[in-house]
Design a protein around this ligand. Structure first.
Ligand SMILES: Nc1ncnc2c1ncn2[C@@H]1O[C@H](COP(=O)(O)OP(=O)(O)OP(=O)(O)O)[C@@H](O)[C@H]1O
Ligand SMILES: [Mg+2]
Length: 168
């Protein structure tokens, strides 16, 4: 039975949206993909979790859910990467024509200050209805993120390849 069945309680504006264990890269990818279907535009998503936890894997799934076909790599050495989204992409859950045009992927791991992120233009995308912003190591730049950002916390579980992913 799919783990994603446990994910159906997701609500973007609620408190805890879901706590989901995954046991493979694919399951985390699929969780990110499913999560993307709930997005409306303007969301800022901070991802936390140790090195190798699966933040990038989750974002790859999220990008797939937004119908981005480009390969998503960790943007560690460029800080911020912008992916264009097909404007005709239909958000299947909301049954709305989706206005999201940009996925912005940030990796804040090597940042010394939030100002560096401002310098590369993050404010053009933060909380803009036509953009989704996902930030690995989001806690490092939380001073410039909106209070109502979505938090995705990935922890290593006790079993082999287990991760526990809390979205809130
Ligand atoms: N349940 C799982 N979910 C996600 N990844 C898993 C899982 N089990 C094993 N893995 C492996 O863990 C690694 C996760 O790598 P990923 O680059 O997504 O981590 P990250 O959190 O982005 O790390 P970094 O902080 O270095 O950017 C991959 O090699 C993946 O195959
Ligand atoms: Mg990563």
């Amino acid at each position: 039975m799919s783990l994603l069945l446990k994910f159906t309680t997701l609500k973007i504006t609620g408190n805890i949206m879901s706590i989901t264990p995954t046991y493979s890269e694919k399951q985390t990818f699929d969780l990110g993909k499913k999560f993307a279907e709930k997005l409306q535009g303007g969301e800022v998503i901070g991802l936390t979790g140790d090195l190798g936890a699966g933040k990038t894997v989750f974002i790859k799934g999220l990008a797939k859910g937004l119908k981005i076909e480009q390969i998503i790599n960790s943007p560690t050495f460029v800080l911020m990467k912008l992916y264009k989204i097909n404007s005709k992409f239909k958000n299947q859950n909301a049954k709305l024509q989706c206005k999201i045009q940009n996925l912005v992927h940030v990796d804040a791991y090597r940042l010394n200050s939030s100002q560096e992120l401002i310098n590369v233009g993050i404010e053009d995308y933060l909380e803009k209805k036509n953009a989704i912003v996902v930030i690995e190591w989001g806690e490092k730049v939380k001073d410039i993120l909106p209070k109502d950002k979505i938090s995705v916390k990935i922890k290593f579980g006790g079993k082999k390849n287990e991760r526990v992913i809390r979205i809130k």
